[in-house]
Design a protein around this ligand. Structure first.
Ligand SMILES: *Cc1c(COP(=O)(O)O)cnc(C)c1O
Length: 398
């Protein structure tokens, strides 16, 4: 009987996204079921004792394991090429669980400067309290990474390409630095997803996801995941199981179904982003476009080598500073003015006064967040409509 959808070595990514991780139940269902249950029952007191002690494998309580969550975990692990995945309640709790699992007081992290804002707060404010310190370096500058590592460094942490300037780091080289210093390399793969970048194949130890973004793809739920080797993931699992940032079965089901169309969606996102980036680059009101898919991008060659696509988050600078940028944003009628990304709906933000608004002017300058910078996370509406919505404000500037 065909019960098991154990990923086959030879299956392509598209197939894994649709098939991996679903063990059919005795009902022979075709679609992946949802198990909305907090606990699981046993046939006898002896079976309960064996399951509780871990002597016998099996479900006990949904903070530990849940079949719907497991389907999502196995599917994502297969797509990322990792041995194991642990799902979490959010992208932030995926990062928190990873550092709590692997680091202790006195350890150091070296991280890229252009990180998701809450990740920086987590590292500085909350890990700082635990005696774990973080040093920040320019993402693409490998000498800076090497120079920032000390004997206490246990973790290198990067997002590539960066948000919103689309800066790229050479993951293979970063992995070499990590190995040389006996540290782990974790890559937040939120912007590209396994459809466009597989950090583990490039030497990363851990991949972090905010499933909230492209894995869902339709802006419906918050969730996260960590993918890597059994050894480290067993520790991450221990944190989630004990401390409780577990993923709900309902959200796991949404993400599982999201993975089925991930390849298709990412390719369509990339195509829309490419057309928009090229059009913006030629617009007289635009001073600069930041997108690793453009031949003019300083790391275009590296991005082409290590990525299977360039993603759909791009930044562009309008001439005329904040006033001009706000006027372009306010002239839109279709695009959503919101900080979220990874959605079929195109979103637009002014990073300088929103996502990066809490930084000091010096920090913003160092991060390249200028007053005229606009970020667009390109969705899947017709590209003519997206372009026309931006043209309204941009044309008025020239
Ligand atoms: C959104 C995001 C996170 C945090 O994820 P949540 O699901 O919002 O907790 C982490 N990293 C990156 C790159 C993100 O975009």
């Amino acid at each position: 009987m065909q019960q098991d959808q154990t990923p086959q070595q030879e299956w392509a990514l598209e197939t894994l996204g649709i098939r991996a991780g679903h063990q059919r139940t005795h009902e022979q269902e075709h679609g992946e079921p949802i198990f909305p249950t907090s606990s699981f029952v046993y046939g006898s007191a002896a079976e309960a004792a064996a399951k509780f002690s871990g002597e016998e494998p099996g479900n006990v309580y949904s903070r530990f394991t849940n079949p719907t969550v497991r389907t999502f975990e196995q599917r994502l692990a297969a797509m990322e090429g990792g041995e194991r995945c642990v799902a979490t309640s959010s992208g932030m709790s995926a990062i928190l669980a990873t550092v709590l699992a692997l680091l202790e007081s006195g350890d150091e992290i070296v991280a890229s400067r252009s990180l998701f804002g809450s990740t920086v707060s987590l590292f500085d404010k909350y890990l700082g309290k635990l005696g774990i310190t973080t040093r920040y370096v320019e993402l693409s500058n490998l000498e800076a990474w090497e120079a920032a590592v000390t004997p206490a460094t246990r973790l290198l942490f990067a997002e590539t390409p960066s948000n919103p300037l689309s800066e790229v780091v050479d993951i293979e080289e970063l992995a070499r630095i990590a190995r040389r210093h006996d540290a782990w390399l974790a890559i937040d793969n939120c912007f590209l997803t396994p459809a466009l970048q597989r950090p583990i194949a490039l030497g990363a130890d851990l991949v972090i996801h905010s499933a909230t973004k492209y894995l869902d793809g339709q802006g419906r739920a918050i969730g996260g995941a960590v993918v890597g080797r059994d050894k480290e993931l067993e520790e991450v699992f221990g944190v989630v199981r004990t401390c409780g940032p577990c993923l709900s079965p309902f959200n796991a089901w949404i993400f599982t179904k999201g993975l089925e169309t991930l390849n298709l969606r990412m390719r369509a996102h990339c195509e829309n982003a490419r057309i928009l980036a090229e059009w913006l680059e030629g617009h007289p009101a635009v001073a600069r476009v930041h997108y690793s898919g453009l031949a003019t991008h300083p790391q275009h060659e590296l991005a082409s080598r290590q990525q299977q696509g360039y993603g759909a988050v791009l930044g562009f600078e309008v001439k005329g500073g904040r006033e001009a940028a706000w006027s372009v944003i306010d002239a839109t009628r279709l695009l959503s003015i919101t900080g979220n990304l990874g959605d079929v709906k195109t979103t637009i933000t002014h990073p300088g006064t929103t996502t990066h608004g809490r930084l000091s002017e010096d920090q913003r300058d160092a991060a390249g967040i200028t007053e005229g910078l606009i970020r667009v996370a390109v969705g899947l509406e017709a590209i003519e409509d997206i372009r026309a919505d931006l043209a309204r404000g941009l044309d008025a500037l020239v």
